[in-house]
Design a protein around this ligand. Structure first.
Ligand code: 6PG
Length: 465
């Protein structure tokens, strides 16, 4: 990814000094792509730093974690106040906060930057989420705007997210939403296959049609490509020859861990992370040999087509919930760390370049522009109306999945979240009673101010504490 980002800078007219731990890699890059722009190959940290104009701007693209600290340690002594280190890896925002604080003491700006779009995006225009000081963005902004993806209206997909770890926090949450989006698409696929009885190629066609409507997005588009791909070695659908155990590098897990600390219910994202864990537990899944389930029922052609339309509704409604949860987490992080993140702008810079780019992000931007302080995306009238229109089909799909024994953890979590928000009363009152019963943990009443406890072991009188 680092080399593609370097090529992107060079293609946009910037002179790029390149340094790798292994000098041969630098020379390879310059030999192979030297005609794309101006590269300066350097072999030592000193030569690299000497080649940069002031204030120096160093983009670090290494594996997140110790490697980042090692690079910082190597270069800091060579830098001067005002220089900028940009970390474009998927770092944990808490590490970014620490690094920013430490480097600030030396007058060096540390810009933890989310970069989304994979190898292709790095080369042709990623979505960029820089954190760090306002001052650093003044010098970086114009460059990042040039190399970033452009949304359909031509706007660059980059904005100054906020101080210190804000950029990496937003990138982490982007990835959490990415996990949810992918899991929801996976569940839709499995329903179309196991309940409706469609083949992978037929499902690819269904996704292609969906991609012309409100679900239009990069992930839907590539899903159709993956599903229609045939394995050259066996002649079978590619999706049938790949081991069904999903890997994860960790950003989805962080999104959930951080949400737990902030007390933000990101149940759809959490189910997506757990679904990957379940898939990888070969020993647990050995239970498939002896656990009973319902017998599948083959639908007729019309019934299958109707069901596919219902799955589209369920997918769209669940997707709105996944984004609602992700944006809630960003809002909570922003408040906790005083980042003042503009949620509408975050949605706007995700419209191009990144993995979760999708047509409906425009609408999220408009919703937050109209009501920047709204407590949830579901407070937006137009999203609430769309979910209201989808809800019957959404419920039918989840009920059908349960009846036919097809796992849909993310669809179901999304619906449960929606129903929790709309419930007038939740069983939390009973939970409070139980807590008070076994632990004298007290409770509040709906009709009087104060903190109360019932003497459960005695005459059950209520005392105010
Ligand atoms: C992106 C991707 C990118 C990457 C992640 C997720 O925005 O370009 O999110 O950061 O694909 O590493 O990978 P895992 O699925 O392995 O966690």
């Amino acid at each position: 990814m680092g080399r593609n980002l370097a090529r992107n800078f060079a293609r946009n007219g910037y002179t790029v000094a390149v340094h790798n731990r292994t000098a041969a890699r630098t020379h390879e890059l310059v030999e192979e792509f030297g005609d794309e722009g101006d590269f300066i190959a350097t072999e030592s940290a000193e030569d690299f730093v000497a080649a940069l104009e002031r204030p120096r701007r160093l983009v670090v693209m290494v594996k997140a974690g110790e490697a980042t600290d090692a690079v910082i340690a190597e270069f800091t002594s060579l830098l001067e106040p005002g220089d900028v280190i940009i970390d474009g890896g998927n770092a944990h925002f808490a590490d970014t906060r620490r690094r920013e604080r430490e480097l600030r003491e030396q007058g060096v700006h540390f810009v933890g930057t989310g970069v989304s779009g994979g190898e292709e995006g790095a080369l042709n225009g990623p979505s960029i989420m820089p954190g760090g000081s306002k001052e650093s963005y003044d010098s970086l902004g114009p460059i990042l705007e040039k190399i970033s993806a452009k949304a359909k209206d031509g706007a660059p997909c980059v904005t100054h997210i906020g101080p210190d770890g804000a950029g990496h926090f937003v990138k982490m949450t982007h990835n959490g939403i990415e996990y949810a989006d992918m899991q929801l698409i996976g569940e839709a696929y499995q329903l179309l296959r196991d309940v409706a009885g469609y083949s992978p190629v037929q499902i690819a066609d269904i996704f292609r049609v969906w991609n012309t409507g409100r679900l239009e997005s990069y992930l839907i588009e590539i899903t159709a490509e993956v599903l229609s791909h045939v394995d050259a070695a066996t002649g079978n659908p590619f999706v049938d020859v790949v081991l069904d155990q999903a890997e994860q590098k960790g950003t989805g897990r962080w999104t959930v861990q951080v949400a737990l600390d902030l007390g933000v219910p990101v149940s759809g994202i959490a189910e997506a992370v757990f679904a990957r864990s379940v898939s990888g537990h070969a020993a647990l899944r050995d239970a498939s040999r002896h656990l009973a389930g319902p017998t599948a029922r083959k639908p007729g052609e019309d019934e299958a087509a109707t069901f596919a339309d219902q799955v589209e509704q369920a997918l769209y409604a669940s997707k709105i919930v996944a984004y609602t949860q992700g944006f809630h987490e960003i809002a909570a992080g922003s408040e906790q760390y005083d980042w003042n993140i503009d949620l509408g702008k975050v949605a706007a810079i995700w419209r191009g370049g990144c993995i979760i780019r999708a047509a409906f992000l425009d609408r999220i931007t408009s919703a937050y522009e109209a009501q920047p302080q709204m407590p949830s995306l579901l407070s937006d009238k137009s999203f609430a109306e769309e979910i209201a229109a989808a809800q019957n089909d959404w419920r039918t799909v989840i009920a059908t999945a349960a009846t036919q024994g097809v796992p849909t953890p993310a669809f179901a979590a999304a619906l449960a979240y929606y129903d929790s928000l709309r419930a007038e009363r939740l069983p939390a009152a009973l939970t409070q009673g139980q807590r008070d019963y076994f632990g004298a943990h007290t409770y509040h009443r709906i009709d009087r101010v104060g903190t109360f406890h019932t003497i459960w072991g005695g005459d059950r009188t209520e005392v105010e504490s």
